[in-house]
Structure formats: C-alpha cells, structure tokens
Design a protein around this ligand. Structure first.
Ligand code: ADP
Ligand code: G6P
Length: 480
C-alpha cells in the first residue's frame, strides 16, 4: 500500500538524555502540534530530527530510543552538534527565520552556514530515499528544508512531492535581499504542489518566482522545464474536537482539579478578569510590545488595577540563538519592572511562566481566561488563537488578535489590532473587558463554526487531494 512520508526538521516527539536514561516529550510549535493528529490517523511515516545531537547518543541507549521513535511511526535523521549549530541555530534560525518574518536587521548570512544547510538537506534526502517506495507521496514541511523537494526530484523524478511553508513568505523586496535566493527557489520548485497559509504569502512567492527566476506564471501555475507546478493557499486548522472535548471534560466538576486550575480559580470572580497570552519565546511574537502595551493600559485605565491580571506563558525556544537570549533578558526585566511599578500586597499584574506545560494545564489556562491576547509582530498562522476559541465551551471569552498573524485572515470576529499601536491595544482590551456576554457568544459561535468545519484533518485532506490531482494530471500528460 502506498504511503505518505511527512518530512520536517523536528519530529512530533522530542528526546532528551538525562543521566543514564532518556525522556520523550511532545514537541511544541504549530507544525508539530498540527501535523501530529494528521500523522496519527494516516498510514505513513514521519522523518525528522529527534532533538538530540548524534554526539550525545550513547550506544547503550540508542537502540531503545530508536525503537521508541519507530513505535511512533517516525524515523530520525541524525544531526551532529555541528549540524545543529550551523544548519539549525545558524542558517535556519539566524538567516531564514528572521528574514521571512521581516526582521531584516536580525538576519545574518554566513557562507559556512549556507554550506551546512545544503549538507543537512542532503542528509534528509538520503533518509527519505532510503524509506521511499514506488508510488509513495512525500510531503515536506517548512523553512528548514527548502532545498529538499528538488533533491528528491533529482533522484526520484516520478515521486509526487508536496511542500508546505508554515511561516510567511516575505514580499519580493525582502526576499530579493537574500544571497542564495535563486538556489532557495530552485529547491522549492522540486515540489509538484506548494502550499502557503494565506493568499498573500502565495502571491509573494509567485512574484519572486516571476522576477527572480523569470519563469512563466499563469494564475497559480508555474511552468518549469517540462513540469507544471501548482501553488495554492491552505490555511492550517487545529484538531478542533481534541481541544473542545478536553474543555468539556474540564467543565465536568467531577474531574480532579490541577493545582494550576485551583490557583487560577481563586482569581476569577465577577469583577476580576484573567487575560491570557501563550507563545514560544520568540521575538516575532511581540512579547515585549505586549507587556509595554499592558503598562500603557494600566496607566490609562487605572480603574482596572487589581481587577485584571495578565497570565503570560512563554515556552523556551531556540535558547542558543543570541536574539532569543536577548529577548528572554528583556522580557524578564520588563515583567519585573511592571510588576514592581503596579503590584500591591494582594495583586501582581503579570503572572509569568517561562516553561513548557502539559496539555491539561494548557486547557486550564485556555478555559480560565476571559480574554486571550495574541499579538505577534509577524506570524505565519498562529494556532494558539484557534485553540483558545475551540475551548470556549460556554461561548464566552474575547480573542484579541494581531492583524499580522495569518490567522487574522479567517478570524474577523476577533478584535483585530495593530500590535505596534499601544492605543489600539489598550482600547481593544477595554472593549474586550466590557463586551456584553451576548456579543461575546455571537463572535465565538461564528469563529467556532469555521474552525470546526475547516479543522486540521480537512486542511491535510485538501492539500493531499490537490497533490493527488497534480499527480493525475501529470500522468495524463505523459500518456497523451
Ligand atoms: P508557533 O508554531 O510559532 O510556535 P503556533 O501558535 O502556531 O506558533 O503554535 C504553537 C503550538 O504550541 C500550539 O499548538 C500550542 O498549543 C503549543 N504550545 C504552546 N505553548 C505550549 C506549552 N507551554 N506547552 C505545550 N504546548 C504548547
Ligand atoms: C514554528 C516553525 C516550526 C518549528 C516550531 C518550533 O512553528 O514553523 O518549523 O518546529 O516553530 O521551533 P523549533 O525550532 O523548536 O523546532
């Protein structure tokens, strides 16, 4: 039976070595959390990195780790310390990530890291080829593997290859500054179907293909050598039922309450509100901006002192990359300053957690919060915004969402804001805190309907169906 091979830099599980044993935890991030349910349902395999450097892998543990990974229908690509430093922390997260998120000043282009990027994409290609059988479909994900589609196409030209980018594709004016722009586009064009979260990213990509590669583009099809490549937008959804049902169970009072939930409940009352933000600790997420805007809000609406609390969960991410270390220091300092400025003996305005949390605690946070503040400076999609909405089983709650998140394109009933405007921010927060229950419920109901209909399974089905169609039209052309 033919299978679908998912390939991404990170596997949905992350392994870490502790003394003489190892620990496996779920990976954080939209790609892993979203694709996990798609993978669990299907008959395919997932190829990616397990999160540990090959150099740390002790022979006595490696068989056990491999078998654990295999049990999850995954295959690991071994990366050395050097690969991680140069390809992952380096080229992927110091060159591509900032540039694609419009943080040009953070982008650092090093020839040595580009060489590592090519080398590691080759490593992935080898593992894919080793696991590939005739008739299989390969679905490559994200910016760490932009060269992989063409590497596979070169070796196995008949393989049907899909590619999905989970982050924004920047405008031509930004992308053209990239030193290896042609090589990157050539790598991507190895795919038969290229998917993006929004129509804007798709348009930006097509514009770069036309202007940099000088290729003919008709509507959303690119003619390249003797192939037609299709480009389309597929806004990624979430596993709606998983979040909604977990919240329903949570509503059931017979469930034993977690300590976190008990603590949160102590702070919920008619006139006291919890405001939630959840992100990876990443400069694209606008964390310092959000804290400063919250300060602006408390300065301008002092009647909310002691009445609101910002619960801010930041998950450690890419902590070896200097910009992330700087952001962590800045966030710690800002939280300290604002708490110091406003706190009273009975109230701390910001509750700040810098850690990962198990799923049931995430549900505790989502279900306990009156307002979600999701305000990235730039974000490919943002699944947290969708997860918050899915857990609002009683229909109350307000989502404040940045216009710069891909999710804003499908979530018009949220309060959309420009995250750079403190005024917009503060006014929307005031509006959210005073919004009549009926209006909250109407907005949430519309949002939920859409999220339920277009969930992650539907998203994957549509992508794979469209990929299948490109395969069929390819075959038709061959037989004509
Ligand atoms: P990104 O992909 O940039 O990290 P998204 O908002 O699209 O941003 O996805 C983040 C994903 O990570 C969500 O599915 C969310 O549930 C998950 N997540 C966020 N914080 C935590 C946490 N503390 N523990 C576990 N999972 C988390
Ligand atoms: C974003 C990226 C993913 C990445 C995730 C977590 O969602 O699009 O490709 O896996 O962040 O980042 P990390 O560097 O820890 O894999």
């Amino acid at each position: 039976m033919n299978k679908t091979i998912i390939v991404s830099n990170r596997l949905p599980l992350q392994v870490s070595i502790q003394d003489n044993s190892f620990k496996v935890v779920p990976s954080v991030g939209g790609l892993a959390t979203g694709m996990k349910s798609v993978h669990a349902e299907g008959n395919g395999i997932w190829i990616g990195w397990s999160g540990i450097p090959e150099n740390d892998l002790r022979p006595e543990l490696s068989d056990e780790i491999d078998s654990k990974i295999r049990d999850e229908k995954c295959v690991s690509v071994p990366l050395t310390n050097e690969d991680i430093e140069e390809y992952y922390e380096g080229f992927s997260n110091r060159a591509l990530w900032p540039l694609f998120h419009y943080f040009m000043e953070y982008s650092n282009f090093e020839q040595k890291e580009w060489e590592a990027y090519k080398r590691v994409n080759e490593k992935f290609a080898e593992v894919v080829i080793d696991n590939l059988e005739d008739g299989d479909t390969v679905w490559v994900h994200d910016y760490q593997l932009l060269l992989l589609p063409q590497l596979i196409k070169d070796r196995k030209p008949n393989t049907t290859i899909g590619f999905f980018l989970h982050i924004p594709f920047p405008s031509y004016e930004i992308f053209r500054t990239f030193p290896w722009r042609e090589e990157i586009l050539t790598g991507m064009l190895g795919a038969d179907l290229l998917g993006f979260h929004t129509y804007d990213y798709e348009r930006h990509f097509l514009s770069s293909v036309k202007r940099i590669m000088r290729l003919e583009v008709q509507f959303n099809e690119i003619s390249y050598h003797d192939r037609i490549i299709k480009v389309d937008s597929f806004p990624m959804g979430i596993d709606y039922d998983k979040f909604h049902n977990a919240a329903l169970e949570h509503d059931n009072d017979s469930e034993e309450k977690s300590d976190l939930r008990k603590r949160l409940e102590e702070h919920i009352s008619e006139d006291k509100k919890l405001i939630l933000s959840i992100d990876r600790m990443d400069y694209t997420k606008g964390i310092p901006n959000r804290i400063k805007a919250f300060e602006y809000f408390l300065d301008n609406y002092p009647e909310y002192k002691e009445k609101v609390r910002l619960v801010m969960l930041a998950v450690p991410s890419r902590s070896n990359v200097p910009q992330y270390q700087k952001l962590k220091r800045e966030t710690d300092e800002l939280v300290g300053r604002i708490n110091g400025k406003f706190a009273t003996v009975s109230w701390t305005p910001i509750w700040y957690f810098y850690r990962s949390m198990p799923f049931n605690n995430l549900i505790d946070l989502y279900t306990s919060s009156d307002v979600a503040l999701i305000t990235p400076i730039r974000d490919g999609m943002n699944l947290v915004a969708k997860e918050y909405v899915a857990t609002r089983t009683k229909g109350n709650g307000v989502l404040i969402l940045s216009e710069m998140a891909g999710a804003s394109k499908e979530m018009n009933e949220a309060l959309l804001i420009n995250p750079n405007s403190y005024e917009d921010f503060a006014n929307s927060l005031k509006r959210a805190l005073t919004m009549p229950l009926e209006e909250q419920q109407t907005r949430i109901k519309f949002l939920q309907k859409r999220l339920k209909r277009y969930d992650v399974e539907k998203w994957a089905d549509e992508f794979l169906k469209s990929l299948e169609d490109t395969k069929n039209s390819k075959n038709e052309n061959v037989t004509k």
